[in-house]
Design a protein around this ligand. Structure first.
Ligand SMILES: *[C@@H]1O[C@H](CO)[C@@H](O)[C@H](O)[C@H]1NC(C)=O
Ligand SMILES: *[C@@H]1O[C@H](CO)[C@@H](O)[C@H](O)[C@H]1NC(C)=O
Ligand SMILES: *[C@@H]1O[C@H](CO)[C@@H](O)[C@H](O)[C@H]1NC(C)=O
Ligand SMILES: *[C@@H]1O[C@H](CO)[C@@H](O)[C@H](O)[C@H]1NC(C)=O
Ligand SMILES: *[C@@H]1O[C@H](CO)[C@@H](O)[C@H](O)[C@H]1NC(C)=O
Ligand SMILES: *[C@@H]1O[C@H](CO)[C@@H](O)[C@H](O)[C@H]1NC(C)=O
Ligand SMILES: *[C@@H]1O[C@H](CO)[C@@H](O)[C@H](O)[C@H]1NC(C)=O
Length: 298
């Protein structure tokens, strides 16, 4: 029994003497950028490249990501989603570097990748690839927006888009206390798999309150912040607005009076003109009649 176990262990060791190393921690790649999936192997002596085989595959589905053997890339069975996006570093292969360059990383590339290497011996190791994208700066909006009064229930919405993975959203009041009640979250992915995050907070308005939204992308250690302050001005009819309104009204009144005066003058002028014209016409008529009468006189 013990000898059987020993033989099995020796067999396993004989098969996997080559040490293949990949990062132990999940590696984070930025969406849309290129990433290098590190894989290095130990080799006792220099070897002929035509004796080297490197094979990258998806650990879970066993689909082929990139193959290399007999001194060439072998891509006939490569999964379509990796077409034209992968390459090894040929100059580095002889130095024990079987790292994979993956171009234009997308959300769908997330997962575990296994690096197989064989020269005479054989070894493999798997690494975890995580994809991250920074969110846009969050924006807080208020619904309804106007005619707010203390005691009204309003919905505050915090929105950020284009990020990955799901972020943590924390609502806080002006005193930095976490608001945890009545929050609704929604997460919508676009065709690239990037998220638009919406968090809605329902609150009953108090005068002079600040509501802030903190959005944290933990994978990137990035944080976005936005806040809205509802002062008395939004709630009651603000004194400043009142004076502005009165001022505007007075201006309008003055303008109207001036306009009326101008109109009156214009009307008077045109009336006088009409009268003058009429008088002139009458004088002309009288002249004509005089002229017409002249021959009778003479
Ligand atoms: C890949 O390997 C290089 C060289 O050893 C190192 O500088 C780099 O940090 C590694 N990258 C990752 C993601 O582990
Ligand atoms: C492998 O080579 C590439 C290209 O020179 C380099 O960027 C990468 O860090 C190397 N990886 C290791 C593990 O040495
Ligand atoms: C590498 O292997 C190929 C094919 O087996 C052989 O033709 C070539 O001479 C070898 N090169 C070296 C440097 O050993
Ligand atoms: C890869 O590149 C080749 C040649 O440029 C092109 O014909 C092919 O359509 C590309 N495949 C993908 C999936 O982009
Ligand atoms: C609010 O919640 C965050 C995350 O859960 C936590 O880090 C922070 O300490 C909390 N702040 C308060 C005042 O409870
Ligand atoms: C949550 O919403 C309900 C109904 O909209 C309301 O009655 C309740 O007071 C709210 N809770 C808090 C803590 O605002
Ligand atoms: C609102 O805040 C302003 C300035 O911070 C203060 O003068 C005012 O008294 C506050 N009003 C209420 C109702 O708390």
């Amino acid at each position: 029994m013990l000898s059987l176990l020993l033989t099995a262990m020796l067999a396993v060791q004989a098969l996997a003497v080559m040490e293949v190393q990949v990062p132990e921690q999940p590696m984070v790649a930025l969406h849309g950028r290129d990433a290098i999936l590190n894989c290095s192997f130990s080799h006792a002596s220099s070897f002929n490249l035509s004796d080297l085989s490197v094979f990258w595959q998806l650990t879970d589905t066993k689909r082929s990501v990139h193959g290399y053997s007999e001194g060439h890339d072998q891509l006939t069975d490569q999964a379509e989603s990796f077409a034209n996006r992968t390459s090894l570093f040929p100059a580095q292969l002889g130095l024990g570097n079987a790292s994979l360059l993956l171009r234009r990383v997308g959300v769908a590339d997330e997962g575990s990748y296994t690096c197989f290497v064989r020269v005479q011996d054989y070894g493999s190791a798997a690494l975890m690839l995580q994809v991250a994208a920074p969110y846009s700066k969050p924006v807080v909006t208020l619904e309804p927006e106007s005619n707010l009064r203390p005691g009204d229930e309003v919905a505050l919405t915090c929105l950020a888009y284009g990020g990955f993975p799901e972020a943590i959203v924390i609502w806080q009041d002006g005193g930095g206390r976490n608001l945890t009640d009545n929050i609704t979250m929604s997460l919508v992915a676009n065709e690239e798999g990037l998220f638009t995050m919406t968090s809605m907070l329902r609150v009953v308005l108090e005068p002079n309150s600040t509501y802030s939204c903190r959005l944290i992308n933990q994978l990137l250690g990035e944080e976005g912040y936005a806040s809205v302050t509802i002062t008395g001005q939004n709630i009651a009819f603000p004194p400043v607005a009142l004076w502005v309104t009165i001022g505007l009204a007075v201006c309008l009144l003055v303008l109207l009076i001036a306009l009326a005066a101008v109109c009156r003058r214009k009307i008077k002028e045109s009336c006088e003109e009409a009268r003058r014209e009429a008088e002139e016409a009458k004088e002309l008529e009288e002249d004509e009649s005089k002229t017409a009468m002249t021959p009778l006189k003479s």
